[in-house]
Every structure is written in structure tokens, then in C-alpha cells.
Design a protein around this ligand. Sequence first.
Ligand SMILES: Cc1cc2nc3c(=O)[nH]c(=O)nc-3n(C[C@H](O)[C@H](O)[C@H](O)COP(=O)(O)OP(=O)(O)OC[C@H]3O[C@@H](n4cnc5c(N)ncnc54)[C@H](O)[C@@H]3O)c2cc1C
Length: 388
Amino acid sequence: MPNTADVIIIGAGVQGASLAFHLTRRGVKVVVLEKSFIAAGATGRSSGLVRMHYDVRQDSELAWVSFQYFRNWRQMVGGDCGFTRTGFIQLVGPGDEETLRANVAMHQDIGIPVILVGADDVRRLAPSFSTADIEWAAYEPESGYAMPSDTANAFINAAREESAHVVQDCAVTGLMLTGGKVSGVQTSQGEFSAPVVVNAAGAWAGKVNQMAGLDLPYDTWRHDTMFVARPSEMGPGHPTVIDFANEMYFRPEGGLTLVGLEDGNPLGESPDSDTDHAKKGFVERGIDRICRRIPAMENGGLHSAHGGYDGITPDQHPLLGASGPEGFYLDCGFSGTGFKTAPAVGLCMSELILDGKATTVDLSIYAPQRFAEGRQVVGDHPYVSIWR
Ligand SMILES: Cc1cc2nc3c(=O)[nH]c(=O)nc-3n(C[C@H](O)[C@H](O)[C@H](O)COP(=O)(O)OP(=O)(O)OC[C@H]3O[C@@H](n4cnc5c(N)ncnc54)[C@H](O)[C@@H]3O)c2cc1C
């Protein structure tokens, strides 16, 4: 097993996998070191929503570039990402209609297929929804969801075909420096050397930053989700939805509906805590919310519930770029929304590392130094923070 590379990536979640894929496509020798197994972290628990609605232009641009991968996966990557088109509806609370309108205009300017729709349209798209509180919504007819583990594995398989080495059950325990520059890492399976090391360690990335002597604001974020079996009277499916008014999102998967909540997601817990079970009280809150939007769900049944951990930053946006010793890069802190943008982030990070600048989408707003410099990522027409 070669222990020398051009670039070492710490973490085989969807972000590390996407970066490995894009670097190997440019002939770079990559080693991916993963303490557990591929997609063992947030990626394996992700709800997999694929939509472009954001209030920050660069977020939408990254999601739109990524969308080209999801819908052309076999040609662009190979294998399968499990993309399912359901259509996506963004519902907002009272008072956010003007913000919605402005953000939809921004999305249309990028070229994203999206229109503003009224309550009648929402009823036609989703007859089982309660629409009494809806005046306007955004509708993305092409959007839907994908399978996060399959996505990460497809990226890794394609990277392996281009000579990437992926070492699982291999925890990075220290960063090696020579003359103040990155020269490799120490791991549970010995030393690996490379002049570039990328931290794609998700909820564990704060610890890896400390190995590099970095003191950046970084926390862990816990998020529970549940699957509910839909009652037959609801029909075969429904669109994927973010419902700000009920602080919730949901999407179909076969005869089940996946539900996640925007509030009550604890910060600061160990990412090694139990994720096989949802926290006490989550299922009751989730059922109450989904029944508010879809009254027929009162006849549904709980299928399963579990949780996951992601890394989160103070502005709920990732840390992307060089920081600390020369050769050390951050690709972490996706704050609960880093699945759908992973293809484009991997492409842009490969441009940043190899060419000195990301050109597909400018990543400079996500620079890790922004907090020290008193900047945060905020949209021109911001909604309140999604996670509360
Ligand atoms: C429940 C849940 C639902 C979500 N739903 C959505 C959604 O619908 N849409 C969306 O866009 N985003 C969603 N997200 C967010 C998205 O899943 C994450 O932002 C994304 O998966 C992060 O990928 P990652 O590669 O950065 O992290 P991870 O997938 O966590 O990967 C990091 C990897 O690093 C490894 N690692 C950590 N430390 C070390 C070390 N020292 N040495 C070696 N390896 C190490 C870990 O084992 C892990 O496999 C959700 C997140 C959660 C938790």
C-alpha cells in the first residue's frame, strides 16, 4: 500500500469522496484516510435533499453545478447516485414572501428552473397538503433527492479507478510538519506523507483543525430524522418540501416519508454519541409537525428514526480553503446542508488546490479566515437561520 501521495484527504464522507474524484481526474495521486468506513458520518445519515433554493447566491450556484452531476451521474461519474426527481416546494412563513420572491429572482438569474406558485398550484402539486397558510411558494420541478451513501461510494469507486488509494479503519492522529510546511500525517496505521493535507472530517474536523494548531469556531450539530409509512389515501407520492412555517422538511421514499426538523438540533455533543436512535421526544414533535402540513398522516405509522452529526460554523456555512501551515486545507463545516453541493465543492476545491483559485464557483466567501476578519456569509435577502 503506497503511503506517499500528492494529496491526503482525511475523511471518506461525500465531501472527501468528491474531492478525491476531482483531484484524480486531473492526474493527482490521492490517498483518502477514513477512521471508520466510507460514508460512516453525516453522509450515511443524510436525508439527501437535492434542491437549489438558498438565500446566498454562491450556495445556489454550487447546488446548481452539482445538480448537473446528479441528473447525469452515469456519464459524469459512473455508478449510481440514486437521484429521484420529485419536484421541490419551498414554503415560507408569513412575512417571508418578499424574501422568497427576491431569492427566486436570484435563482432564475443563475438559470435554475424555478417558478413562484400560489396556494392553488401547491394544492394541484400536492393534494394532501393543508394550504390554508400558504400565499406563495417556490417550485423547482427538476429537484428531488439522491442516496448519499451511494453517491459517496460512486465517487470513491471512480477515484479508485483513477488510482486513488482509500484506507479505511485508519484514524488520523496527528499532522506532520517539515520546516513549518505540511509533510504528512500520523495515523492508527502508521505514517503517510504528502505536501498537501485536506481536512474533510465532518463533525470531527474541529479536532483535526486542532492538530494543525488552528483555533477556528467550529461545533458539532446533531440532527434526527424519521421515516413514516404513508396512509394509502395519500396516493403514491408527494414532492420534496422545505416548510419554514412548520420548521420542517420532508420527502418521499417509496411508501415512506422522511421527516426532519429545523429546531431542537443540539450543538456541542460528541459526534461519537449514539446515532442508531433518535433523541427522546423527537418522534412526537415530528409527527405533530407532519400532521399539521399533511392531515392524512394521522393515519400513518412510524417506520424508524435515527440521528447523525455534522460540523457547524457560526454562520452555518462551510470552511473552504487554505489555513494554518502551508499545505493544509479545510473542506468541512457543512452545517447540515453539504450533501447537495458536494459535487461542485469537490470540483472547486480541486481548482483551488491545483490552480490557486476556484473558477467554477468563487469560494472566497467561505474562506476559513472570515470569522477572524469579522465577516460572515449572509445572503442579500436572508431568511432566519435554518437551524434553530
Ligand atoms: C441527519 C442528517 C440529514 C442531512 N440531510 C441533508 C440533506 O437533505 N441535504 C443536504 O444537502 N445535506 C444534508 N445533511 C448534511 C450533509 O449530510 C453533510 O453536510 C455532508 O454529508 C457532510 O459530508 P462530509 O464528507 O463533510 O462529512 P462526513 O460524511 O461526516 O464525513 C467525514 C468522515 O471523516 C471521518 N473522520 C473523522 N475524523 C477522522 C480522522 N481523524 N481520521 C480519519 N477519518 C476521520 C469520519 O469517520 C467520516 O466518515 C444532513 C446531515 C445529517 C446529519
